[in-house]
Ligand binder design. Structure first.
Ligand code: NCD
Ligand code: ZN
Length: 346
């Protein structure tokens, strides 16, 4: 194999591993990443340190050398007294805000009409320097699906941002130009960037017939929105770093009527990110390494991974399906071939 580069092992700053019989698969699908931020939207959600600890241990049982960085799911059952313990727990990275109704398993999240009730949490999180990860979308029926991020930012997130200026806020899976501008306008603010928001636009939802495997939330948007995200990544803005939002749902559910939101990319996501730089004629390994392996760690104040990722100029065929418990999941870019393959060799 023709090895052409080696970079610091990447981290995935946003992934859904699910639980139960899916876990033995999903942990392995993410195992080229040194660490990953594990989203807490299980049923029931992870709202206590104890639940997060047990979930982490279930993950580590499957792969002891993986680095799960756990999150709590913000809702009234999160105990304020627990917050002061979080800074001493190096495996518990932050708290995730899901506006209720905005996405998969967000029903028990925060009603935006009651958001101000949670300002007491934000105050403590600012004090203890606990990052707030945000699913930045409203969920009202009346609001255009493609405007959900914009409206959430304008109506709610800017208020939180300005009231708690030292709170670290991550606009997860940024999907719009408004989102990019928001992140660039404030200190202590960053965004995760997914492969789907770099590669797909809303045309990909409909081209050739409806494409359920391209449906995720926030929904992929216009070419202009995509371009705004792409430009930040290509110019090496440290506020924008990799977080796949790989969110597996079984194939039969995705292909049913009323299929759930989520694009699955974990096992091939590093290659999909590399392909983004390739597509834009920017095969600059130092830039790629910063986006995949440095900027996120810098924002969260983590050390870089010790291991290295080797990159080979070797075609990578993306299978049509991957096993998921007794079911299968269809990955992004299924059936296509990429030009680079990556491996952790040391
Ligand atoms: C995620 C899921 O399936 O858990 N779905 C998605 O479309 N991204 C939840 C989320 O991050 O919104
Ligand atoms: Zn997610």
């Amino acid at each position: 194999m023709n090895k052409i580069a080696q970079i610091i092992q990447p981290d995935d700053f946003h992934v859904h591993l699910r639980d139960g019989e899916y876990l033995k698969h999903t942990v392995q699908y993410s195992s080229k990443y040194g660490r990953a931020v594990i989203m807490p939207n299980l049923k029931p959600p992870i709202t206590s340190i104890k639940q997060a600890w047990e979930y982490k241990n279930r993950i580590l049982e499957i792969n002891p050398s993986f680095g799960p960085l756990m999150t709590l799911y913000l809702n009234p059952s999160v105990k304020k007294e627990e917050l002061k313990e979080i800074p001493s727990l190096d495996w518990l990275l932050g708290i995730k805000l899901y506006p209720s109704g905005a996405t998969t398993h967000s029903e028990e999240g925060v009603k935006v009409s009651e958001l101000e009730k949670f300002y007491a949490y934000f105050e403590l999180m600012e004090k203890y320097q606990i990052p707030l990860m945000v699913h930045g979308e409203v969920s009202d029926y009346e609001i255009d699906f493609f405007e959900r991020e914009k409206i959430f930012i304008e109506k709610y997130l800017i208020n939180i941002r300005e009231k708690f200026p030292k709170l670290k806020i991550i606009l997860e899976h940024v999907s719009s130009k408004v989102g990019v501008d928001f992140v660039n306008s404030y200190d202590n603010t960053a965004a995760t960037v997914t492969p789907q928001h770099l590669h797909l636009t809303r045309n990909d939802l409909f081209f050739g017939g409806i494409q359920p495997h391209h449906f995720c939330l926030p929904i992929v948007k216009t070419a202009k929105d995509q371009e705004a995200i792409a430009q930040e990544v290509l110019k090496g803005n440290p506020k924008f770093f990799a977080g796949t939002d790989s969110a597996p749902h079984p194939k039969n559910k995705k292909e049913s009527c009323c299929g759930p939101a989520g694009v699955f990319s974990a096992p091939i996501s590093i290659e999909l990110y590399i392909y983004f730089f390739e597509k834009h004629n920017k095969m600059d390994w130092s830039l790629i390494e910063k986006f995949l392996s440095k900027y996120g760690a810098d924002f969260y104040g983590l050390e870089y991974n010790k291991r290295k990722l080797s990159i080979f100029q070797e075609p990578l065929y993306i299978p049509q399906e991957y096993p998921l418990g007794k079911e299968t999941v269809v990955p992004m870019w299924a059936g296509k071939t990429l030009n680079y393959t990556t491996l952790i060799l040391d």
